[in-house]
Design a protein around this ligand. Structure first.
Ligand SMILES: Nc1nc2c(ncn2[C@@H]2O[C@H](COP(=O)(O)OP(=O)(O)OP(=O)(O)O)[C@@H](O)[C@H]2O)c(=O)[nH]1
Ligand SMILES: [Mg+2]
Length: 488
């Protein structure tokens, strides 16, 4: 209701209707007054909303997850959601089932193609000399022959090709990173035409998890009733192929062929294929560990929100918590996608940068001329040097420490790929310490202004250890941002 002046108000006379007003004029006047009042109310409401937003805005923290492809950005996001958004996490659990199945089937069909090529005597596809491969150990040095038993396995596993196509169709998964095909090493470079596209089988990708998980839940694929699982042909087929998949994966001749052709299966392939008894069943229930290992390449930038209601410094003058909202952006790390990061740098409070420490002997999937560690260092240097990001808090995860441990145990020597490593011990502690110092020095030297270094060695597929890291990250971020906004 607007202000209505009383008889003593100087505006009283002015606001009285004219004495000779006709009924039609009175109606028109009242309508004008009503319209004016509506406009006023709308403006008042907008001002109120703006104030609410401004108040909320003080507690919004914008977080970007950056790093090369397969560095573990989406896996880190999964850990955040598992730990701090557990209701949504549980609601989405069933939706991941088809994604895990697609991971399993995809690895098997990739192996099938290799075995077929071996049987047909096809020449190995273009590959790198120093790519790491996921294999079980094979002690035989002599090349083992493929037999009729392998031919039979191929025939029996052929239905999985159809399952792969069906799962991809249902999930809306594309087989290739979508446009653009031009690449840039850092988000600040002008993209160059990609002349070096690899002829490998591309990974599947989706635009957004939400779409995939909704499809999974909506299509009734994952109901626990037997009727639902009967209707789910991919699950039935996968369960029917369990023993043959296991035979294929554990076969020594097959493992030799994978090694010979330097096939690079995803990091999670071994985890899933070594656990087929649990996963390739009709009543398979997805675990947290499965979800953090399920690979789904990111191509679009995804935003997820987390609410922290009870942060340690989260109290207003009245003593009541007002809450903190984190907007986390997960980007695609492939060089073809890095130019899309730039618009997200505006107003970003925190960057969590992932650099995998196990990749010193690997090349980029999208450009086989480039060593992955060199790529990661280049990217980190560009982020540290950026004036646009000079006030952004940088947190570095030296990730995939488990894979580093495994690689060093296999006898791979860091100094062979990184001469500057010299004769330091070839063990995880020493290697991680070396990387930590190198990355910290880059931050120190390249940052336009001084900022603290937050560096964590991580294995983000280890959800328990990562939960502790994320708590420390959360507290550090809230503390630093409160300090920045001079609230403490
Ligand atoms: N063993 C192991 N695997 C990891 C680790 N971190 C990530 N992975 C696996 O590596 C694969 C790639 O991880 P993602 O989180 O999808 O990588 P990303 O950085 O989001 O990659 P893009 O979306 O292509 O940019 C997944 O299968 C993960 O399960 C780790 O610390 N150890
Ligand atoms: Mg990703």
């Amino acid at each position: 209701m607007g202000y209505v002046p009383g008889p003593n108000d100087p505006f009283y006379e002015l606001m009285q209707p004219p004495p000779d007003e006709t009924p039609a004029q009175a109606t028109a006047r009242q309508k004008r007054e009503l319209d004016a009042q509506r406009v006023n109310d709308k403006i008042d409401e907008e001002i109120k909303q703006e104030r609410v937003q401004a108040r909320k805005g003080r507690n919004v923290i914008k977080v970007l997850l950056l790093g090369q492809s397969e560095s573990g950005k989406s896996t880190t996001l999964k850990n955040f959601r598992m730990r701090f958004s557990s209701d949504e996490w549980e609601a989405e659990r069933d939706g991941w089932r088809s994604v895990v199945q697609l991971n399993v089937v995809r690895s098997i069909t990739t192996i099938i193609r290799v075995v077929e090529a071996e049987i047909n005597g096809d020449a190995p596809a273009e590959s790198d000399d120093d790519q790491s491969i996921v294999t079980v150990e094979s002690s035989d040095s002599e090349s083992l022959k493929f037999t009729d038993r392998h031919q039979l396995l191929m025939i029996r596993l052929a239905p999985l090709l159809g399952v792969e196509a069906e799962l991809k169709r249902r999930l809306g998964a594309g087989a290739e990173p979508v446009q653009p095909t031009s690449m840039s090493a850092t988000p600040f470079d002008t993209p160059q035409e990609d002349h070096n596209r690899r002829k490998r089988l591309p990974e599947f990708s989706v635009r957004s998890w939400k779409d995939v998980l909704e499809v999974g839940n909506r299509s009734g694929l994952h109901g626990s009733t037997s009727a639902a699982s009967d209707a789910d042909l991919p699950t039935t087929t996968i369960a029917g192929c369990k023993d043959d998949m296991r035979s294929l994966w554990n076969d020594v001749a097959v493992q030799q062929a994978l090694k010979r052709r330097k096939l690079q299966l995803p990091d999670s392939a071994g985890f899933f294929l070594n656990d087929l008894d649990r996963i390739a069943t009709r009543d398979y229930v997805v675990t947290d560990n499965d979800i953090v290992r399920a690979r789904l390449r990111t191509v679009g930038i995804q935003e997820h929100r987390l609410l922290f209601k009870h942060g340690p410094w989260d109290h207003t003058k009245s003593g009541k918590g007002s809450g903190w909202e984190w907007r986390i952006f997960d980007v695609g790390g492939c060089r073809t996608l890095r130019s899309a990061w730039l618009p997200y740098f505006e107003g970003v409070n925190v960057i969590i940068f992932l650099s995998p420490v196990s990749v010193f002997d690997q090349r980029l999937e999208e450009d086989s001329r480039v060593n992955r560690l060199e790529d990661s260092i280049l990217l980190w240097t560009s982020i540290c040097s950026s004036k646009l990001l000079s006030k952004t808090q940088l947190i570095l995860f030296l990730n995939k420490c488990d894979l580093l441990r495994r690689k060093l145990k296999r006898g791979v020597k860091v100094a062979q790929y990184l001469p500057s490593y010299g004769d330091k011990p070839n063990d995880v502690m020493a290697v991680v310490k070396y990387f930590r110092e190198k990355f910290r020095d880059i931050q120190k030297q390249c940052s336009p202004e001084h900022r603290s270094a937050y560096i964590y060695p991580t294995t983000v597929t280890d959800t328990e250890a990562t939960a502790l890291t994320l708590e420390s990250v959360r507290d550090g971020v809230l503390r630093e941002n409160l300090a920045a906004s001079q609230l403490i």
